[in-house]
Design a protein around this ligand. Sequence first.
Ligand SMILES: C[S@@+](CC[C@H](N)C(=O)[O-])C[C@H]1O[C@@H](n2cnc3c(N)ncnc32)[C@H](O)[C@@H]1O
Length: 219
Amino acid sequence: MDDYWAEHFGAYHGGDDRLDASSDSFWWGYATTVLTEAGPLAGRTVLDAGFGSGAMLHLAAAAGATCTGIDLESAVAAFDDSHPSIDVEIGDLRDTAGWTVDRADVVWCVESIHFVDDPVETAYSLWARVAAGGRLVVTFADSRSPLIEKVRLDHGGRYHGVHPGALDALGRNLPACARFEIRDLRIDADQIVRPFRIGPHDPTARPPHRLLFTALKGA
Ligand SMILES: C[S@@+](CC[C@H](N)C(=O)[O-])C[C@H]1O[C@@H](n2cnc3c(N)ncnc32)[C@H](O)[C@@H]1O
């Protein structure tokens, strides 16, 4: 997993290793954060939109969830689909209407929604995949983040952050949304104690690297 994050983030910090987010502690902390936002998983269904290597699917399955992962063909082909509680399907985040999967109790989209042109619109469409009483967890890049221009260049412009104001509007417009929260994640300059910090969204603070969006659907 270290290699995965080293590849994913390694190019983004421009040689400034204070912003190196490739460590195991970054990954496990990040995964734990998403799992915490997701709430109880035992006996629930999980839809992982953009599952990548599938690490989050395995964590959810280990916690007792029945899981479906959606990703592009290359990720589905690379995934070992032998786990009895995990199913994976080819699907495009830009066309969630074309997915054949059912609604799920928990839908998450981790480090993937930046790759669509309109992350907020995609998050809105993912909300339709959340069952009554369920929740949506999405990690967004903040469009004002100090890292985002480097990442955009790396991806030939196909990388899109969002402004927290757009997420606030999203939460207010989600049908049957009982509650939503936006939280700020900042990668620590000094990663000796911990790789990042998370706190309530603070519009007066310097822009965070990530915005964690969690919305609960009414029963
Ligand atoms: C950085 S990886 C994150 C994977 C995983 N969620 C994680 O956190 O480890 C981004 C994933 O998004 C997927 N992805 C990018 N664009 C996509 C699209 N339009 N539809 C579906 N998946 C997409 C990629 O194939 C890749 O697996």
